[in-house]
Design a protein around this ligand. Sequence first.
Ligand code: ZN
Ligand code: ZN
Length: 79
Amino acid sequence: MLCVSGRVHPAAAHQAGAAGTMIMSCAGCDKPILDKFLLNVLERTWHAECVRCYDCHGNLTDKCFSREGKLFCRNDFFR
Ligand SMILES: [Zn+2]
Ligand SMILES: [Zn+2]
């Protein structure tokens, strides 16, 4: 049974120091995202390095697959 598959959207983080800047926290590690780039996956924001396969810890740069809130690469999801 297949669940949601999400695309990884690279997005520029808001410029630090601008008035009214909201610091987003990462859905993976819960820490604030202060990097220049963040990723939108499953309508949440992540550090680029936190978007990894739960199984093999490979970076998910294009497509990711999710099951029960965990992210998987294509190989591990369809295993
Ligand atoms: Zn993170
Ligand atoms: Zn994997």
